[in-house]
Write a protein that binds this ligand. Structure first.
Ligand code: AHR
Length: 645
């Protein structure tokens, strides 16, 4: 019996092996400056990220411009689609409703984006444009309908006159329901034309009209991203050049921004979304405004004249590129130009006379080959002459290595782009093995922008295995902050009922948000960046996986704080003694603030039901005269901050 107990105790202490290691941090040798824009996000309208997501419009196909004009709508009675004498020339379709007094009535219901989410007692701003064909007054009944088919909010609109006019009414929901719908009924006999049927929650981010979903922006705001890449990704390229993202279509009055397809509607046969389009209601003005709200540098990506190279070989001839280059040049004027300039005036008319101070532009997304280089050269000639202060980002292709990557990097050096965009969607294991990726990069060429990356676990879940691997890898970005200047996880958003791609940083349904473990890692980096790299070693070497440990350190010169980041990917608890060479000033309160993201379950995820299953926890350890010690759990990421007095 005694032997059995001994064996058991030995077994347990084996599982919880508590090995000790020492890190040496040198406060006296601060290294490279960390870019103040280092950690950010990449937004693309994928997974219903804009329409049906961040953009708070609740009505799908509000302008009847989808290829099948009644997509999203269930008309009843006499409702037809017309386009003669339209209200909006660039979205010409509208509906004609003809009520002849039959009991079935005339109207239509909208299903929203995988239904409509209503909150009890919340107000909803409904509006449409209409004209009464005989000019006489016509009454409309507007109803919020629950998933139980009950009317849970209603209002009335009286239309009169035979000219197009805007009408609106505020409705209140009596219930909370994530799967409601909207009903619009013409009650008076006669013919009425109706267009742009829209409904927003009254409460949007900063309560703006044509606003953004408050809870989703709050998730971004809490992340504190310092750079914001948009609007793609593949959608800037288009599957055809005609369907590429053209920023000029995304500004000006929202009703007249022409609809475009969303290329993610049919990219994956097994995730087919024929009802996925881009209204551009969330357009470039709204993007710039959001960046300003978040305190993030805007980083727009523009088409370089190549349609998505995965899908097509369509391209603009190099000698015909001028309109594409002009579009990119005009974008700078829209963002930064004086209100007296053509595009600065458009910005001012939209409500922002002050410039947005755009500093970065990416020419092309995941482009490759000679065709890309030839086109980039043309853009660069004009940019360098007209806007030499703008930092230009070139592509290294879609993959982290290989033929295209090896061809493009030297070309980017030759062209002297400012930053090279690298993308890696890879296994967690790849991220661990690549923590030293940038240690040996050439320091004399362009800088690196890790523009799209995510750990793809075999389940493709946003789980702790992936999150901790990303955290470990990012210690390598930080250690190499002299060359790695920007980093943005991808993709950003996904609707739980309408995603095409996973993993994604933030999940949501029509009412709720889930911040993934990967989100927390990004947030821990963005909030704890520091301004200078500090050397941190274990047995004289960078900490890049020895004993399953990864670590980096920085100094925040503004707040006089030392920041140490540690990812423990080993199966063991590690007692880590962090010796700080040069710690002359005593540590404030003699304590170190610790933020830890940890789970005993490597596959742990956050869900709608358990959104905080994995979340950072705050604690303290004592600081000694020469440093401090942490007990790092397995499968955990630590940020330690000590403030010098
Ligand atoms: O982030 C999803 C897609 O991945 C992006 O659109 C594209 O750039 C990459 O292939």
């Amino acid at each position: 019996m005694k032997r059995l107990v001994t064996i058991l105790i030995l077994g347990i202490s084996c599982i919880y092996a508590n090995s000790q290691v020492t890190f040496d941090l040198d406060l006296q040798k601060p290294g490279a400056s960390i870019s103040p824009d280092m950690y950010g996000v990449f937004f693309e309208d994928i997974n219903f990220g804009a329409d049906g997501g961040l953009y708070a419009e609740l009505v799908k196909n509000r302008s009847f411009e989808f290829d099948q004009p009644f997509t999203g709508w269930t008309p009843f009675g006499d409702v037809t689609v017309k386009s003669e004498k339209p209200c909006f020339d660039r979205n010409p379709n509208y509906i004609q409703m003809n009520e002849s007094g039959l009991r079935r009535g005339t109207g239509l219901e909208n299903e929203g984006f995988r239904k409509i989410g209503y909150k009890q007692n919340a107000a909803y701003n409904f509006s449409f444009y209409a004209r009464s064909n005989d000019g006489g007054e016509k009454k409309f009944r507007i109803e919020l309908v629950s998933s139980k088919e009950e009317v849970v909010g209603k209002g009335e609109i009286l239309v009169s006159g035979n000219e197009w006019k805007k009408y609106s009414v505020s409705l209140k929901s009596a219930v909370t329901d994530a799967k409601g719908k909207l009903r619009v009924v013409l009650e008076t006999r006669g013919v009425v034309d109706v267009d742009h049927i829209s409904m927003f929650p009254a409460e949007t981010w900063k309560n703006r009209e044509n606003g953004l979903r408050k809870d989703l922006v709050e998730a971004l705001y809490d992340l504190q991203p310092k750079v914001f890449r948009f609007p793609g990704g593949c959608i800037i390229e288009g599957n055809t050049l005609e369907t590429r993202y053209q920023w000029k279509n995304s500004v000006g009055p929202v009703e007249n921004r022409p609809l475009n397809e969303n290329r993610w509607n049919y990219t994956f046969k097994h995730r087919f979304f024929p009802d996925y389009y881009q209204t551009y209601g969330l357009g470039f003005f709204e993007f710039f405004q959001l960046c300003e709200d978040l305190g993030a540098e805007p980083l727009p990506v523009v088409s370089c004249g190549l349609a998505c190279q995965f899908e097509s070989t369509e391209c603009v001839e190099v000698h015909d590129l001028e309109p594409y280059i002009q579009d990119a040049i005009d974008l700078i004027e829209f963002a930064n130009g004086p209100v007296t300039s053509k595009w600065g005036k458009v910005r001012a008319e939209m409500g922002h006379p002050e410039p947005f101070n755009m500093k970065y532009i990416a020419i092309g997304n995941e482009q490759w080959g000679e065709g890309y280089v030839e086109r980039l050269v043309k853009f660069m000639e004009v940019f360098r002459e007209k806007y030499p202060e703008i930092k230009i980002i070139g592509s290294s292709g879609p993959f982290s290595d290989g033929k295209d990557f090896d061809y493009l990097w030297p070309k980017m050096k030759e062209l002297k782009v400012d930053l090279v965009d690298e993308h890696y969607y890879k296994s967690p294991d790849w991220f661990l093995k690549n923590a030293a990726r940038y240690d040996s990069y050439d320091r004399s060429g362009p800088k690196v922008f890790a523009g799209e990356y995510a750990g793809h676990h075999e389940t493709r879940d946003n789980n702790m295995i992936a999150a901790i691997a990303e955290a470990a890898f990012m210690t390598g970005l930080e250690r190499n902050a002299d060359i790695v200047r920007l980093a943005t996880y991808a993709p950003l958003f996904a609707h739980v009922d309408a995603w095409q791609w996973k993993p994604d940083l933030i999940w949501f349904d029509n009412l709720n948000v889930v911040r993934t473990p990967n989100y927390h890692v990004q947030q821990m980096y963005a909030r704890n960046s520091g301004t200078k790299v500090l050397p941190l070693k274990m047995n004289g070497g960078n900490i890049t996986g020895q004993d399953g440990l990864y670590a980096s350190s920085s100094l925040d010169e503004t707040s006089s704080e030392i920041i140490v980041k540690v990812a423990n990917t080993s199966p063991d608890v590690k007692e880590i003694k962090i010796n700080i060479n040069g710690l002359k000033n005593p540590v404030l309160n003699n304590r170190v603030e610790i933020t830890v993201l940890h789970s005993t379950v490597p596959e742990a995820v956050n869900t709608l039901e358990k959104p905080n299953n994995v979340a950072p926890v705050h604690t303290f350890v004592d600081a000694g005269a020469n440093g401090f010690t942490i007990k790092a759990q397995s499968n955990a990421f630590y940020v330690c901050r000590l403030k010098l007095k």
